[in-house]
Design a binder for this molecule. Structure first.
Ligand code: NI
Length: 188
């Protein structure tokens, strides 16, 4: 397991339409493990394989559990991890505009047009077909965001204007260093 380098906007691999995975072999299992490590290290709620320089149709998402029991006091909320190979959106409906960011565009966010209800399908890491339905939550947003990634699309492509981008303030840094480092790492 390893934390991989996240590619930044401007890197051509982010604009490639990623290729389908033909065989879920040991190299794909390692890629998935490394993507999970990289997502958690960032930290982010999702990651697509081309964000770590591998143009294959693999995404990982980890979001807080919505229906889970409350964790014991002092423990962080439980999180649900999803791995999808060759994912596709089979149904989407409704419109909303959540604030969105991206690990490949650190330090910024913008209200981004997204669907209310999203159903996606794909293979899990055991090669079994799974279907995920999400409504009006971070999971729905992440499914659209990450599946966009493997099609070479970034969330900024959905904005009417780059003027909609808002800088994320990093409260841990002195004011004048924020611009220089421009690290935020909120989004998927
Ligand atoms: Ni992203």
């Amino acid at each position: 397991m390893a934390v991989l380098l996240i590619r930044m906007a401007g890197d051509p691999v982010l604009r490639q339409k990623a290729k389908r995975v033909r065989t879920i072999d040991a190299s794909i299992q390692k890629l998935i493990d490394d993507m999970i490590d990289t997502m958690r290290d960032a930290p982010g709620v999702g990651l697509a394989a081309n964000q770590v320089g591998v143009p294959l149709r693999v995404i990982v998402i980890e979001v807080p559990e919505e229906d889970g029991e409350d964790p014991p006091p002092g423990e962080p909320p439980r999180r649900q991890l999803y791995t999808l190979i060759n994912p596709q959106i089979v149904k989407r409906s409704g419109q909303r505009q959540p604030d969105e960011g991206c690990l490949s565009i650190p330090g910024y966010k913008a209200p981004t047009p997204r669907s209310v209800s999203v159903t996606a399908k794909g293979l899990n890491r055991d090669g079994k077909e799974i279907r995920i339905k999400a409504e009006n939550n971070l999971l729905a947003e992440a499914l659209e965001h990450e599946i966009d990634h493997i099609n070479g699309i970034l969330y900024i492509d959905h904005l009417e204007s780059m003027d909609q981008l808002v800088k994320i303030e990093d409260e841990n840094e002195p004011e004048d260093e924020v611009k220089a480092s421009a690290r935020g790492g909120h989004g998927p």
